[in-house]
Design a protein around this ligand. Structure first.
Ligand SMILES: [Zn+2]
Length: 460
């Protein structure tokens, strides 16, 4: 009977998440689930990097994991529902330290300055969540609507991936990011004083981070001066806020780190990272986010057209984007674009640099730049990032650890990122073990977020 109820619930939730994908119908109906669920018989990869444990039981009560241990040692609490999931593997929900919201109109498959609407942003939060990304940090280019959405989500009135935000972020006039955005979605400053004022405004909004862009975009645009970013870092720290910087060049990365920046939000890609940068990052405790999938994104579907045939990608991308990416004209354009060869080189360098950072013991988080452009598909990107990390030479266990416990540590979140008693029940249930093959993270049976079964790709 209980099992029947569960199947019914899964089917209903599956439908709800389809509706959420389509747009504004995001108020999930709650179902009369028991307060306590016991997941039995699973292999657990807990996110800490510890070896996997087989035949485990996880007890979820309301929002939290309240017990975890060997199946035979965990009693079933009264009035709880038992899910016998032998053969499945459970990993923590993924955490994206560098994503974006409201920059893409998904029904048209195109970037738009008009995409930052409540329906679109909330729809994206649901997309991330149903792909197992239970927390995202929207790192800049947010309209002030983001503060209201974050507040309403904390109150329990909006679901989807848990939202953190850097608000608008700070660039310079005529510089990076080279994206069309509403004037209230980014600060473009000309002086250090203006930058300080903008930091103070965002501090009043209680942003989770301050974002700056430091990049000449291969010499095509002016780059933010050290005077300005140092002022941003100083003012942010005075307001107890950390600063994440978009970077590309090694020289910028070094000066930012030595100026006290807290996070490098992309890979160094112009050249190999060197020992002085590594030493400075370790001395300052600076975090590094590789965003490999962002570097790959302009040619992912040229090189791997088979991905567009999978429902994993096509459900998230939507039919319009899928047909654009399948169009021979798109492929010809990417192939003919001289930037494509540069981006291939960027990805290779980024992968080498990530491996070096991990080997050197620099603090590494997890991010993708998902949502910044149509091809950077929310939810899909995070799984792609794991695959590119493994391709770079990390073990599947290292990649999963960065995407869970380390990513949570970067965001200073204590209640998520690992599977342990006392943590929020943020889990992905997989049909196959990602330690043997990393793309098994795409074989999602169910996603739990804050103790609720919120999505099930298998029922789509
Ligand atoms: Zn970004």
């Amino acid at each position: 009977m209980k099992q029947a109820l569960r199947y019914l619930t899964i089917a209903v939730l599956g439908c709800v998440s389809s509706a959420a994908l389509a747009g504004p119908k995001y108020h999930i109906t709650t179902h009369p689930l028991p307060d306590t669920t016991v997941i039995r018989g699973v292999r657990v990869i807990d996110g800490t990097g510890a070896p996997p444990k087989d035949d485990m039981a996880i007890v979820i009560h309301k929002k939290k994991i309240v017990a975890i241990g060997p199946n035979l040692e965990i009693a079933t609490p009264k009035h709880s529902e038992v899910l016998n999931w032998q053969g499945k593997t459970v990993i923590p929900g993924l955490i994206d330290d560098h994503a974006h919201l409201g920059l893409v109109l998904h029904e048209k498959g195109e970037s738009s300055a008009d995409a930052y609407t409540e329906a679109n942003v909330v729809g994206e939060l649901y997309r991330f969540q149903r792909y197992g990304v239970t927390t995202i940090n929207s790192l800049g280019m947010n309209r002030d609507l983001v503060y209201d959405l974050r507040k309403r989500q904390k109150q329990g009135n909006i679901g989807g991936s848990t939202l953190l935000t850097a608000g608008r972020g700070i660039g310079i006039e005529g510089g990076a990011p080279p994206l069309a955005a509403q004037p209230d979605a980014i600060y473009r400053v000309t002086t250090a004083q203006e930058a300080r004022e903008d930091v103070r405004i965002m501090a009043k909004q209680k942003v989770d981070f301050i974002k700056v862009w430091v990049d000449s975009l291969r010499g095509s645009k002016p780059s933010m001066s050290p005077e300005i970013y140092r002022a941003v870092i100083d003012e942010a720290h005075k307001n107890h806020l950390r600063v994440a910087a978009h970077v590309y060049y090694l020289a910028d990365a070094k000066d930012l780190v030595n100026s006290g920046v807290d996070i490098l939000a992309h890979s160094v890609r112009d050249t190999a990272v060197d020992q002085p940068l590594i030493d400075a990052m370790k001395a300052h405790g600076t975090w590094y986010i590789a965003t490999l999938a962002a570097d790959e994104s302009s040619f992912t579907y040229l090189d791997h057209p088979e991905l567009l045939e999978s429902s994993f990608v096509s459900l998230a991308a939507g039919p319009v984007l899928v047909s654009k990416l399948k169009d021979p004209a798109y492929k010809a354009k990417v192939q003919a674009d001289p930037a494509t060869a540069v981006k291939r080189q960027d990805l290779k360098m980024a992968q080498e640099n990530l491996r070096r950072m991990v080997e050197s013991g620099v603090k590494v988080g997890f991010g993708t730049d998902a949502g910044a452009f149509p091809v950077r598909i929310p939810g899909v990107m995070e799984h792609r990032e794991l695959q590119l990390m493994v391709q770079a030479g990390l073990t599947p266990m290292q990649a999963i650890t960065l995407a869970t416990s380390k990513a949570a540590e970067l965001l200073q979140l204590r209640d998520t990122g690992t599977i342990a008693a006392g943590k929020n029940a943020n889990l992905i249930v997989l049909d196959a073990d990602p330690l043997s093959q990393i793309d098994n993270t795409e074989k999602i049976t169910g996603v739990w977020h804050n103790g609720q079964l919120v999505g099930d790709l298998a029922t789509e």
